[in-house]
Design a protein around this ligand. Structure first.
Ligand code: HEC
Ligand code: HEC
Ligand code: HEC
Length: 490
């Protein structure tokens, strides 16, 4: 109570009452925690406002809200479905509700869950919770995060949903083996000596709380990320497998497949507003921008951009990008015989993406030289044409712009043709062997397009391996349901 005395003087009597209740709650909470967990009262002292505020920001950095909120659900009350190879699991209630949430967690128990992946009852969490990345969060950030979840979040009495996984796969003990093999021991992030301060901050944000690698790094045999930081070599952030039929492209400096032709400022603008002259956010990344990065401070965004541009170079897999004007000439002169997909492109797409593939800056992204269009696996490109997308409004770019879906407009063959067309036009040089059958599987069964037989190797063989080898197909990732198009950014 004493800690709130300065508030009492400053605020109206209404606030005084609220403040007192808050203090009382904290005091009662302290008693409850003390009784239940048998620990000292010391850590449950009334929260420091600054610390809570800092914790709210750390929660933004970790995008806790996107996974721990169900579609149209109450904030942090859990219940969002997440697909794993063995069935659906649900994120949990992390509000301070003492019965259904984490209200009785001590700091140590909270830290165990977030950084070690171990629950209060000692069982291991599914790595859908990105604790292998959170493992490097600093004690300072963890303390702030704890203060926020205990004192800055509204308790919600919503029970957790049981996972839709049946015995024996529901047993959690194999997860602890996974954890001991693949999850790093938690250790506060410390940059390599002599690292530029901004780059060090960027590295912390990208590899730690931001868990960018969860989608952007390919996964290995055990579904583990192949590299958790740049010391893991060229795999780190080199582009992921389809998640929910969206593909997170490479964030390395490849000029065709990655961010090689993006400037630091491009990355900064993209993470802040979701759109730049030559790209627009969609799929799983729309959740990341809408719920997380748009709220980062400018200096944090610039630090991440600087870090990404400073990553060690990777050999360009397909050379450099060079614009080829012959596609636009053919389309302008209506001379498209022998170019499957060109007619559909002119009729359906060119009004927005233009004959020259250049789009309209900040409205309709260009398709020429766009890394997402030429990614090795065409699932994402086909998916956006089948299903359409809404470019989410952000605080920095408030208008919502839509890309129509074509699943009821074009046949499977026409969609396959147009995908192959844009992947090979204007200087784009991607494999163009998408078939009508691929599109049908994507459209009807929501199955990603397999590139296994194309000789690229790589991600497609990843399974949950030892626990339950699973043929390649939909539902084998740890993909959280995306809120895009469902919920306003919060
Ligand atoms: C990519 C999705 C995702 C993100 C991001 C995420 N979580 Fe989780 N979290 C989960 C899932 C799924 C579970 C439940 C896993 C299970 O049942 O084994 C979980 C479990 C937890 C638990 C354990 C709860 C319990 O019952 O013991 C805590 C605490 C937690 N998360 C806190 C956080 C915090 C804090 C953040 C942000 C810094 C965060 N999570 C970000 C998916 C996520
Ligand atoms: C939930 C999965 C997911 C997470 C987590 C994620 N991304 Fe993405 N990201 C994607 C997908 C999917 C795309 C492709 C769609 C697009 O370009 O918007 C993408 C695209 C991008 C692009 C544009 C690349 C291009 O060539 O168009 C950048 C830059 C980016 N992400 C940066 C980040 C950073 C930085 C983080 C961590 C703070 C991050 N992403 C976390 C899924 C994710
Ligand atoms: C009414 C305008 C409009 C039409 C018509 C249109 N698009 Fe789009 N397209 C968009 C917008 C807006 C986006 C960005 C959507 C987002 O980011 O959520 C987009 C995104 C895309 C992307 C992802 C590129 C990126 O970086 O975001 C591809 C690929 C694409 N469109 C292909 C096509 C094809 C092929 C057609 C025709 C079959 C087509 N579009 C028709 C407006 C349009």
């Amino acid at each position: 109570m004493v800690r709130h005395s300065h508030d009492v003087i400053r605020h109206t009597s209404d606030t005084v009452v609220k403040t007192m209740i808050k203090g009382l709650k904290a005091a009662l909470g302290a008693v409850a925690v003390g009784l239940l967990a048998g620990t000292s009262l010391a850590h449950a002292q009334s929260a420091d406002d600054e610390l809570v505020k800092k914790g709210a920001y750390v929660a933004r950095l970790g995008d806790c809200v996107a996974c721990h909120t169900a579609l149209h659900g109450q904030v942090y009350a859990g219940g969002l479905s997440i697909q794993t190879p063995i069935g659906t699991i649900y994120s949990t209630n992390i509000t301070p509700d003492p019965t259904h949430g984490i209200g009785t967690y001590t700091f140590k128990e909270f830290d165990e869950a977030v950084r070690h992946g171990v629950r209060k009852d000692g069982s291991t969490l599914y790595p859908a919770m990105p604790y292998p990345s959170f493992a490097r969060m600093t004690q300072d950030d963890m303390k702030a995060l704890y203060a926020y979840f205990m004192h800055g979040v509204k308790p919600v009495a919503q029970p957790n949903k049981p996972a839709g996984i049946s015995w024996p796969l529901s047993m959690r003990w194999p997860l602890s083996i996974w954890r001991s093999v693949f999850a790093p021991a938690p250790k506060d992030f410390t940059p390599a000596p002599g690292t530029d301060a901004d780059i060090a901050r960027g590295e912390y944000l990208v590899t730690g709380p931001g868990h960018c690698g969860a989608c952007h790094t390919p996964r290995g045999f055990g579904m583990q990320e192949k590299a958790l930081d740049a010391s893991g070599g060229a795999d780190f952030l080199s582009g992921g497998a389809p998640i929910d039929n969206w593909i997170a492209p490479s964030l390395r400096n490849d000029p065709v497949l990655g961010l090689g032709r993006w400037s630091e400022d491009d990355i900064y603008q993209f993470l802040k507003s979701g759109r730049i002259d030559h790209s627009a956010v969609f799929g799983g990344m729309a959740d990341v921008v809408g719920w997380s990065t748009q709220y980062f401070t400018d200096s944090d965004l610039r630090a991440m951009a600087k870090y990404l541009k400073a990553l060690p170079p990777v050999p360009p897999a397909r050379g450099d990008y060079k614009y080829d004007a012959s596609t636009a000439q053919a389309l302008d002169s209506n001379n498209t015989s022998g170019m499957p997909g060109a007619k559909e492109y002119v009729e359906q797409c060119a009004i927005c993406h233009r004959n020259d593939g250049g789009g309209v800056a900040r409205m309709f992204p260009p398709l020429a030289g766009n890394p997402v269009v030429v990614s090795e696996n065409p699932t994402s490109v086909a998916h956006i044409i089948v299903a359409g997308a809404v470019l989410p409004p952000t605080n920095w770019a408030p208008s919502a712009v839509a890309m129509p879906g074509y699943k009821n407009v074009l046949s499977d063959q026409q969609i396959a043709d147009v995908v192959n067309f844009i992947r090979t036009s204007w200087g784009n040089k991607a494999p163009a062997n998408v078939t009508a059958a691929d599109i049908q599987k994507l459209r009807v069964d929501h199955a990603p397009i397999s590139t296994y037989s194309w000789g690229f190797g790589g991600n497609d063989t990843a399974t949950w391996g030892v626990f339950h080898p699973q043929p390649y197909g939909a539902g084998w990732t740890f993909a959280p349901q995306t809120h895009t198009g469902e919920d306003e950014a919060q």
